[in-house]
Ligand binder design. Structure first.
Ligand SMILES: *Cc1c(COP(=O)(O)O)cnc(C)c1O
Length: 391
């Protein structure tokens, strides 16, 4: 067979494919599965957003090809949100671009900025799209290890000089998936200083920028003075408003990078369905109490799960954002062994840390995508069925 291309052929099978297969078999044999593997929130999209979508879908001109640079109402809503939330001024026409979900933009920014053989600096562990998009662009990636010791922040000074010389892009992601790590503005300042010194553009993925707890407010990298010279930030409505299926996100920041990305996109897609963009603008412009409510729910689930894990001897510092818990695998197990044994013995699905990069070994990720009673049930099953030596 002379297909697929080497580019596609090198992509490892979809991370959840194996787990999904096992899950399907177990459901078939009547086992009650508790799925803490997926990063898709179970909370419903707020009603006012769905109603707006339905209303906009009744308007004939909204059903035509959308403008390939995105609808200006959506872009203005993003600019207004940045001013309100971060005090960052954006020109909605040149510094904001609508995306078909932020994943689409994250995947397309790579070939926008790198040529075959160039390096992309990637946090390890991280969202797999950074890595796969690099491979699909015939690029190479350098893993920047995120460890508990470095507070899950890359040590920029550890990156070898030869790698820096051929690096054309660096990804960052806070609040982080899978680590749930958060940062404060000084870290972004350090990152921007480093990027400007080495002329390496930064793409900050802020998918969880609004999923935060208590008084913690996630900063935008664009709050750093001069950030717009070298950085863009990806954002999404998926997690904030439980809108994963809508496929709507945005990129903001450096106008030359955004212009280049829009050239690539205008030859690839024709933008998101206008009613979706209008509904997303409405979500950003409306009362934000749904966001606060959802964050309270995630925080309660987080607390329930952290307590449960503690009761089986697994200690995790409470995250300030995201809906993930990044927990150390109990003694002796590898990530894969632990996850497999939990699934087979309890029907609870968790994700092995190694799915997010080699530095994920020794960890597993719990997604808070089910209600607290189910989280408690999951912990109880693990307590009963999986041998964990509490030290
Ligand atoms: C969910 C997620 C995304 C993608 O979000 P969409 O806007 O739905 O494409 C991007 N980055 C991270 C880290 C995510 O977890």
């Amino acid at each position: 067979m002379n297909f697929p291309s080497d580019r596609v052929g090198q992509i490892p099978p979809y991370l959840f494919a194996e787990i999904n297969k096992k899950k399907a078999e177990m459901i078939k044999s009547g086992i009650d599965i508790i799925d803490l593997g997926i990063g898709d929130p179970d909370l419903p999209t707020p009603k006012h957003i769905i109603e707006k979508l339905a209303e906009e879908a009744q308007i004939p001109k909204n059903l035509k090809y959308p403008s390939f640079v995105g609808c200006s109402e959506f872009k203005q809503a993003v600019a207004d949100f940045y001013l309100r939330q971060f005090g960052v001024e954006l020109d909605s026409e040149t510094e904001v671009l609508a995306l078909i979900g932020s994943k689409e933009g994250i995947a397309h920014i790579v070939p926008t900025l790198i040529d075959p053989g160039d390096y992309v600096l990637i946090p390890d562990p991280s969202y797999p799209v950074y890595r796969m998009a690099t491979l699909l662009a015939n690029g190479q990636y350098y893993n920047m290890p995120l460890t508990k010791e470095n507070h899950f922040q890359p040590d920029f000074e550890d990156i070898p000089k030869e790698i820096l010389k051929c690096s054309k892009l660096m990804f960052l992601n806070y609040p982080g998936n899978p680590t749930a790590a958060t940062v404060d503005l000084p870290f972004f300042k350090e990152a921007i200083d480093f990027a400007r010194k080495h002329l390496i553009p930064i793409a900050h993925d802020s998918a969880y920028n609004m999923v935060t707890f208590d008084s913690y407010k996630a900063p935008s990298i664009l709050q750093v003075e001069g950030a717009k010279e070298i950085a863009v930030e990806f954002g999404s409505l998926s997690k904030t408003y439980s809108m994963t299926g809508f496929r709507i996100g945005y990129v903001v920041g450096n106008r030359e990078i955004i212009k280049a990305l829009s050239i690539l996109k205008s030859n690839t897609d024709t933008g998101q369905f206008t009613p979706i963009q209008k509904a997303a603008a409405f979500a950003l412009n409306s009362d934000q109490s749904c966001v606060a409510e959802y964050n309270r729910i995630y925080k309660d689930r987080m607390t329930a799960m952290l307590n449960g894990l503690q009761s089986i001897g697994i200690e995790v510092e409470p995250p300030k954002g995201s809906f993930f818990i990044w927990a150390p695998v109990p003694n002796r197990y590898t990530s894969a062994e632990f996850v497999t044994s939990v699934l087979e013995q309890t029907g609870v699905i968790i994700t092995p840390g190694t799915a997010f990069g080699p530095s994920g070994e020794g960890y597993f990720r719990v997604s808070l995508s089910v209600a607290s009673d189910r989280l408690n049930a999951a912990v109880n099953r693990i307590k009963e069925k999986v041998k964990i030596a509490i030290n």
